[in-house]
Design a protein. Structure first.
Lengths: 348, 348
DNA sequence: TTTAGCACTCTCGATTTGAGAGTGCTAAAA
DNA sequence: TTTTAGCACTCTCAAATCGAGAGTGCTAAA
């Protein structure tokens, strides 16, 4: 990583800033004028030549201004604004909105996505907290029609999964409740393996249901993440990058194809809760993201319940705003999750 | 409504078909050539002049081919293909896919949206079944941390809502379960009003929770529809209408702003389950939809649990495919819903 | 009633052109 | 040694021009 002078860093930062705002290549004259620099355009041009030499800037063509390269953005993100903090005003607004929705668990994730999208003026994604090692928490069996039963299974971290089962023969609600009660007593707080290791049930109904519970738990553990919430796609649609090159528009498919998105999340953030990850221009790994950037973070409690959240937009993204926002939101959701589930550990 | 000759109807239909495929104004020569008509271009031109006179076709400019007008599409939809049926092959594919996911209640709605989008090559939307007159079905209280309790409320039709409550003081899980049990016995199958009319509970905990249940039920009834599932937005993004005029792109915002969408659904389909509703070009009521069309249908059981589903795309849409698909899917979901909840009526 | 023929209109793509933006280099100034 | 004024040069972009081609409407004959 080449060392830059203070002034070069400044110029790089200003070019990034100007370009993210205008989406136009920025020339030396505009820079001086717009930011009242105490330098002549010629000096700026010399510095820009250096930055271009290093590979942080490029010219779309001979007589255009400069545009940051992927490396340029990367340097900017890691060396210039990575530690930037979210303004207090924004922190307060966000906290406030969450406080309002405190009671409504179902609203948390969509709210988080909506806030992220609004703050970053880009598309956002949030996955519900999800555990790779699920623990049984509560089972409920509700009879609907004669042979059909709705099974509601609550897992660690408040995850709820529903299944419809068709029994061999009709069973009364009382009988179902009793069976659920027994299983609840036996399985509370146990992991999939622990439940699988339990002695076989004698009762046929209980046996059947327990095996369904197990497949359900297993399926949950297979999934890489919980439900995915998206927002702000329209923000990104009106960006020039997406209007012109069909290339960038291609990237949006990634958001609709959940499987692609899962793959992205899995490969981008293998590690536990931690810092914010910034993928610029697909990092050579995702062809679809060539013109885009993604800012990701994991939240929650490792191994218990964790999810991801992030922002997706053109490479020309307001990183200095987006990164602190993502970091702040990750912390906020982490607190929310740990408040909600920490009791479980004590119960055991 | 002007009466058309058989030949005029044919020509209108062919123009609609050709235009939906190519997105280019269609001229007399292309029509004759492409469909081996036993007529000369001049004859076609005369007929086209008539259709233009009536207001079913228009020319973007003097020397371009013809394009259907909104009225043209409307005539086409109501008089030419409204009764068209979905090919057996498609019916089977769809039924098969649903059969596969029969058990997994949570997968139904996303699956429906996905199928609709795939079949129509447009964007789709499905709302979860929802009841305006909810009936209490089951309550579950799960303690997490000391004072925090996750409340899971199951309502008619399998709707599940979660809330997080913070009690004044810690309460043991046993105590919570007992309270839930009592309330379940008292409230099963009751409507909001009936519950509100019940005698006051003596126990403080039960009283508090019952009032929360009531607000939750009320909030559910206020909502016009259940959760909304979208799919296939990218299908529509690559259509030329959306690439060019920012006008059409504006319409996509409608899909992200749930409130706008709710409004659309509420105003477009006030009536009960019934036929398929086709909104062409916003019908003068939705400025955002000027260049788009929406095909909507309601499914489910009126007053008990019903939802909507539909397809959204450019006005130049393959109606002859989309309309039967929407109709078929509505029937399919209706069956699914009635199978799931019909038992309730018997229980009472 | 249909159709061949024709004059006419208008768009669209290709091509040209000039203004303007921005650069790099050089030589003088600080 | 660093900064800057001056200048020649390059390249894009928007506007203007132009001709081919697509498509029409009309008329008169079949």
């Amino acid at each position: 990583m080449p060392a830059l002078t203070e002034r070069q860093r400044l110029i790089l930062a200003l070019i990034v800033r100007e370009y993210t705002e205008t989406a136009q290549p920025v020339g030396s004259a505009r820079l001086v004028e717009h930011y009242n620099l105490d330098l002549s355009t010629a000096t700026i041009r010399n510095e820009m030549a250096v930055l271009t030499e290093i590979g942080f800037l490029r010219q779309p063509h001979t007589s255009a201004g400069r545009v940051p390269t992927e490396d340029g953005y990367r340097y900017f993100v890691t060396h210039v604004i990575y530690q930037a903090d979210l303004p207090d005003a924004a922190r307060h607004t966000i906290s406030h909105q969450f406080h309002q929705a405190r009671q409504d668990v179902e609203a948390w994730m969509p709210l988080a996505a909506s806030i992220l999208a609004r703050q970053s003026h880009a598309a956002s994604l949030v996955t519900a907290p999800h555990s790779q090692r699920a623990r049984y928490k509560h089972l409920e069996l509700i009879s609907t029609q004669g042979r059909q039963v709705l099974m509601v299974l609550v897992i660690t971290g408040g995850e709820v999964s529903q299944q419809l089962l068709t029994l061999a023969e009709p069973v009364a609600q009382e009988r179902l409740s009793a069976a659920a009660n027994i299983l609840n007593n036996v399985c509370l707080g146990k992991t999939t393996e622990e439940i699988a290791a339990l002695p076989m049930r004698n009762d046929a109904l209980e046996k059947d249901i327990l095996s369904l519970v197990l497949t359900d738990l297993n399926r949950g553990e297979q999934r890489a993440s919980g439900e995915i919430f998206l927002d702000g796609l329209t923000n990104v649609l009106s960006e020039p990058e997406f209007l012109e090159s069909g290339d960038a528009r291609h990237a949006i498919r990634l958001f609709e194809e959940r499987s692609l998105l899962q793959d992205l999340l899995a490969r981008a953030m293998p590690d536990g809760v931690g810092g914010v990850q910034v993928l610029i221009g697909g990092e050579g790994k995702w062809e679809e993201l060539r013109q885009c950037s993604v800012v990701l973070a994991r939240y929650g409690i490792p191994d218990q319940a964790s999810g991801m959240l992030g922002v997706f937009g053109p490479m020309r993204m307001a990183y200095s705003r987006t990164i602190p926002t993502v970091r702040f939101m990750a912390d906020l959701l982490s607190n929310l999750v740990s408040e909600t589930i920490s009791g479980e550990e004590n119960e055991r």
